[in-house]
Design a protein around this ligand. Sequence first.
Ligand code: IPT
Length: 268
Amino acid sequence: RSLGLATTDLMLQAPAQIASAIQHRAAALGYQLVIAMADLPGFPSAQAAVNDLLAQRVDGLLLNLPLQNDEAQALDQLCGQLPCLFMDVASDAAVNRCQFSASQGARQGVEHLYALGHRQIALINGPLTSVSAMQRFQAWQSVLAEHQLAPHSVHQGDWSAESGYQAVRSLLPDNLPTALLVANDQMALGAMRALHQQGIQIPQQISVVGYDDTAESAWYQPPLTTIRQDIRLLGKQSVDGLVAAIQSQQGEQLAPLSTELVVRETTA
Ligand code: IPT
């Protein structure tokens, strides 16, 4: 018996750690895991990964790939009767999903900074092609708006540490925000390096909030305050949901998973 995982680039920390968690749970339930990585963003690469897995006759499919609703539905149809669970789609996509609540996570970051007194908050986004990045961005903006705030500035990253570094390099020294909300921990790592290089102290001069709580985030200097997506739990829920769908031959509609604010030493 085997499960397929079609995943986005495993060079990224969160998807790599998610794949590990999925593998653990699949093995515990007696399933082999077959992984196909989409090496480029965009539909053709996603479709190729799914076709690879179908050719290997897996019993069910997990898709940790950013997909627009029509793309997700097209892949769902491509799989026919084979149970599929999508992990990076909008909450109104008409497919089975297993994912964290982006609106909850984004709210936790903004409310934490607001409660500390921050009003000049810059945003570092994930890529425009990512559904979850756009959900986090929209939710940040709407929670800021609830407090009559607009972002200090908006920066476009691509999930990589380097893009977080470049975002901070683009800030003007005489117009710094008091806090950064970063769409993932990997970009926060690069952002913190750029701040450090410029002699800007964290958290005395600027606070930083990440997103994910990957395994390394507690080991940043200083240890990163972030929004925790419990990756082990995601692995368990997604595999359990998929296996239930395989056994019942019915779609499983899973409730969104909760995120949690983890306060460490990059916010004050
Ligand atoms: C999402 C991560 O939060 C982000 O850091 C990035 O790695 C992205 O994946 C890559 O697609 S988590 C995903 C389940 C939406």
